[in-house]
Write a protein that binds this ligand. Structure first.
Ligand code: AKG
Length: 294
């Protein structure tokens, strides 16, 4: 059994078990502690030993659980920035970028195109709200949508330089599917993941195909806002600390997703840190559970 990825487990056998929840969530990194406004969080995701039959039954019922001592990615527990920098190879990796200067110019453009006299505020720099590039391209002329986030492919060394830069001016978040562009050592670590567990339980849980293996490297404080994922997630934290907030899908009407054709489809319009209760009054009824992984 490898190093325990969840040193601190909130909840556990005996804690209140939340109702079934799918993968609509929001990922919060490190220094984002429970916010006073997070009164919609009513409990913790329960924590069980890996392969505890109770946990496996809960997963089958779409209830999120923390699996303590899971050896799903033991060979990746040594991955840190130095190791990845040495072994990940010279390929180009997908990095999302939020930049303060780009935000200012987007806001200025939006104000001039819509003749607005009042000031629009850009989203804080640590917010990485996903948008669908294809939906944006389809709307191009009909929409004033301005994404303040760009996706750039760069080498790992270029990413590291920006990762260590001034976070008040620019923030970065690497989100790269692990594929055959990685170096041989990372490929070897990857094939040692516990694929037999994943394949066996995917069948048992009636999940769809295993489609994507995303390597996520975010800066302290980066936030992925509330959204709905189309697949089930196995989330394996390797370094740092991350908080995940999960809403039951029956909260759908309280979370005001963008319209399906909007570039921010699958994202909630509600800013959980500062909900606009005038525009989104039903958010008062939203209830969530949280998990913190180290
Ligand atoms: O966890 C993140 O910050 C990004 C990935 C994500 O949003 C997800 O797995 O649903």
């Amino acid at each position: 059994m490898s190093e325990n990825p969840f040193e601190a487990c909130y909840g556990g056998p005996g804690s209140p078990v939340p109702q079934p929840v799918l993968n609509n969530g929001t990922g919060h990194f490190e220094d984002v502690e429970p916010h006073p406004n997070y009164n919609f969080i009513t409990g913790n995701v329960p924590c069980y030993d890996f392969n505890d039959p109770v946990a496996l039954n809960l997963i089958k019922e779409q209830v999120p659980v923390i699996l303590r001592g899971a050896d799903l990615v033991s060979s990746a527990m040594k991955w840190d920035l130095d190791y990845l920098s040495t072994h990940i190879g010279g390929g180009r990796f997908a990095v999302f970028i939020r930049n303060a200067a780009a935000d200012r110019s987007a806001v200025a453009q939006l104000q001039s195109s819509s003749n607005q006299s009042q000031s629009c505020q850009p989203e804080p720099l640590h917010i990485f709200k996903y948008f669908d590039e294809k939906k944006l391209a389809a709307l191009q002329e009909k929409s004033t949508f301005q994404s303040t986030m760009v996706r750039i492919e760069m080498t790992f060394q270029e990413f590291l330089k920006r990762f260590q830069g001034d976070r008040s001016q620019e923030r970065v978040y690497l989100q790269q599917p692990l594929n055959n562009t990685v170096g041989p050592q990372i490929a070897s670590d990857f094939i040692q993941f516990n694929w037999s567990w994943a394949a066996e339980h995917k069948k048992e849980f009636n999940w769809g195909p295993l489609t994507s293996n995303l390597l996520l490297i975010g800066q302290k404080g980066n936030i992925t806002p509330c959204h709905f994922d189309e697949q089930q997630n196995l989330f394996c934290p390797l370094r740092g600390r991350k908080k995940i907030i999960l809403f039951n899908p029956d909260n759908f009407p309280y979370l005001y997703p963008y319209p399906v054709h909007h570039p921010n489809d699958r994202q909630s319009q509600v800013n959980l840190d500062n909900p606009d209760m005038g525009r989104f009054p039903k958010f008062a009824m939203a209830r969530a559970v949280q998990a913190t992984g180290k």
